[in-house]
Write a protein of this length. Sequence first.
Lengths: 218, 286
Amino acid sequence: MIRLYDFVLSGSCYKVRLFLSILGQGYETIPVGFYPAKEHKKPEFLKLNPLGQLPVLRDGDLVLRDAQAILVYLASKYDQSGHWYPNEAAARGRVSMWLSFAGGEIMAASAARLHDVLNYPFDVASLRESARKAFVILDDHLAEQELFDCHWVAGPEPTIADIACFPYVALSNDGGIARDEYPAIERWLIRVMALPGFIDMPGVLTPWPGEATGEQAV
Amino acid sequence: MSNDLDPATRDQWYVIESREDLRTDQPRRTRLLGRPILGQRSTSGAVAIHEQSEDGDSLRELPCVERYGYVWTTLGAPAKPLFDMPEFEEDGRHLVICGVLTVRTSPGRIVENFLDMSHFPFVHTDILGAEPMTEVTPYKAKLDESSGELWVTDCGFYQPQAMAASSGGAEVDYRYRVAQPYSAVLYKSSPGKAGAFDLIGIFPQPLEETACDVHCFMLVYDDISSYEGMLQWQQGIFLQDRIILENQRPARLPLNPRAELPSRADTSAIQYRRWLKNLGVQYGVA
């Protein structure tokens, strides 16, 4: 049985929860007291992940940290379709590129959210600036993809790169970052939310049944 | 110093921190109603709270009460001691202190949203409500003469998962108690103990008129959920509300019944706003 060390409000944990739901894969949730207890920084948890971060996934003897690495594992092991983490070299390179972006540049939006919601002592103006720069890059890329009839971050089909990039972009308002200037991102968010098996998390507003789908807007 | 605050706002008890998180090595530097506040726990365990100038000089010491797992203070002179919650004396209940979450809106908006049931199926889908059971059946909102508190009673709602301990859907009875303009507690039928009520409370601490640190607790009968399970269940619900709250305009709660179109034709909203108006509340309202 897969076990997920999880915090309900974590966008990084949500990447894994979302993908497990899309895969239809069962798992056990082990809630870790991220806030206010800061359990993820205590010795007991550090034995599991010395970086003191969530999520952590356990599957049999395997223990993995890092949401992006967990997505790679889950897709490789449990995806029957083959499109979530494609085998072909160039496709795999593109997926990796955007996985790194999800764990890298986008995380400024995550930090801004920690500042606004949980009072983390960060320079939030600087974080929002960095997040906006990342969003411009993502928006430009998604708009260009649309010109080639590609509706997903790394190619013509959804991949774990879309799952990894989605949460902190969708949660950007929690960190004081509006998305009115990123129409390609907005269209892509709606497409992700329409994926079979999609689940939301607090702070992610899904369109009501009957609202516009991504396909209309292009 | 606090003379420009309306008395109804100024003379309330406000939570500034949980008892557990105010430690000798961890003072609480924050704001209350726009004023810098410093809360400190000495090595003997005693708590001292000071109102400060913007430069950090102590202006005066403030009254302090430690109760219900929280540290309370006031900038004014409340007419009554801190309200009673006798359920805290009862055996078998678990107290879950949910941590402070910051929300950029007025305290009135936060309390009013807490009183509202109509959003359950849409904001807390498949937890506190679900389609097609969206109707809010008639209930009562009344000012209690002896306590001066606003009570909303006879509420009922079908909930797929009423509490962390729930194993299925149920018709749930609700009562809301607004013990102070900015302190609200709800009592709902407990899935953990037949005939008893679980408590959930919110105590917004206004940092400014349109930014609050919200302190939230649960006092429940639950022998199946882990502490973290209960805590994260409530934190999830609160974050679902937060995004809605931060999008409400204006952020200051309109009290004039003609100022905002009656999208809030709900009895509890009407009575709550009328109550604040009659008390002369001016802070955080439009």
